[in-house]
Design a binder for this molecule. Structure first.
Ligand code: SF4
Ligand code: SF4
Ligand code: FES
Length: 321
């Protein structure tokens, strides 16, 4: 085992662990945000730069600082490495710049976007962004694309994290989409319409960190904070059958994978569970899910008096909801 110190917290990890995963081992406010890395998808990470950190000592043997900020999702730890995340003003400033870049072409759609309330970009902008944009040029726009009858791609909101590309590549057996063109002309290929005859294609909705890929069976039905996520399971011949069903009264409005505190699904689920099983009698309901992430989605989920720990960098301290 080797030792790394992140924001003053000493952590022991296996050699080969990245800085991000070392921070996740300790948990809490020292964990950098990650918009493109996804632990269940091989090769993900290194695209969005939201996870930048400062390495103030490279290792015990060579304690020189690294000259530039590094992406924590793709930089391995060394024994004796010292890292700063939110304790470095340089990192906080750089992250603000990354948010500004991510939002350059992003529409101000939150009031009508299905992802609002569980959107990683919304949380990131809230925690690390600037209050005002300096961007005055025209934003790029795309028409919405139907991907089969259950999924819609709204490319205007895409941040090109590549997670859906890796998902289609690794979880389904017939990826026919990818990123076309370069620079600010890049887009998820229109061939994405063709991917969707696959049993696991719906997982692109769960991995998308923003509202670019949405579930058409749930679109505009409800804000997410008005529906109640419950753990549920069924015997399924295609997937684990363990899901979160989102209840509005007695009705199931949508079915998703169960996500952890980093917004990653615990296990991928099949399209039959996701799209075709919308009756309570299809499921064994286990009970309410704890919503881990600091987000507006927590609203209406807790009784008066519940203590919520806001991330330290927001500076609100404990808030009673
Ligand atoms: S993707 Fe996120 S940030 Fe963008 S409009 Fe939707 S909720 Fe807002
Ligand atoms: S559509 Fe979503 S998952 Fe795919 S690259 Fe864009 S933001 Fe990432
Ligand atoms: S999460 Fe590290 S670069 Fe995107």
């Amino acid at each position: 085992m080797i030792k790394v110190t992140i924001d003053g917290v000493e952590i022991e990890v296996e050699p080969g662990t990245t800085i991000l995963n070392a921070a996740r081992k300790a948990g809490g406010a020292i964990v950098p945000p990650a918009m493109c890395y996804y632990s269940k998808l091989k090769g993900s990470g290194g695209k969005c730069r939201t996870c930048l950190v400062k390495v103030t000592a490279g290792s015990e043997k060579d304690p020189r600082p690294m000259p530039k900020l590094v992406a924590s999702c793709s930089t391995g730890v060394q024994d004796g490495m010292v890292v700063q995340n939110i304790t470095s003003p340089e990192v906080v400033e750089a992250r603000k710049g990354v948010v500004e870049f991510l939002l350059l072409n992003h529409p101000l759609d939150c009031p009508i976007c299905d992802q609002a309330g569980e959107c990683h970009l919304q949380d990131l902008a809230f925690e690390h962004g600037a209050a005002k944009t300096r961007y005055e040029e025209e934003r790029r726009k795309f028409d919405k694309i139907d991907i089969g009858d259950k999924i819609q791609l709204h490319m205007t909101r895409c941040i090109l994290c590549y997670r859906c590309v890796y998902t289609a590549d690794q979880i389904t057996n017939e990826r026919v989409h990818g990123v076309l063109k370069r620079g600010d002309a890049s887009e998820i290929s229109t061939y994405i319409e063709n991917v969707i005859e696959n049993d696991f294609s719906g997982n692109v909705i769960d991995v998308c960190p923003v509202g670019a890929l949405t579930d058409k069976t749930f679109r505009f039905k409800s804000r997410v904070w008005f529906v109640k996520p419950m753990n549920a399971h069924r015997d399924c011949s295609k997937c684990c059958g363990k899901t979160a069903v989102w209840l509005h009264g007695e009705e199931i409005y949508r079915v998703t994978g169960r996500k952890d505190q980093y917004g990653e699904v615990e296990e991928f689920i099949c399209n039959e569970c996701r799209f075709d099983k919308k009756s309570k009698s299809d499921w064994v309901i286990e009970g309410p899910r704890e919503v881990e992430r600091w987000s507006v989605i927590r609203q209406n989920k807790y009784e008066i008096g519940t203590q919520v720990q806001a991330p330290k960098n927001i500076g609100y301290g404990n808030i009673t909801v």
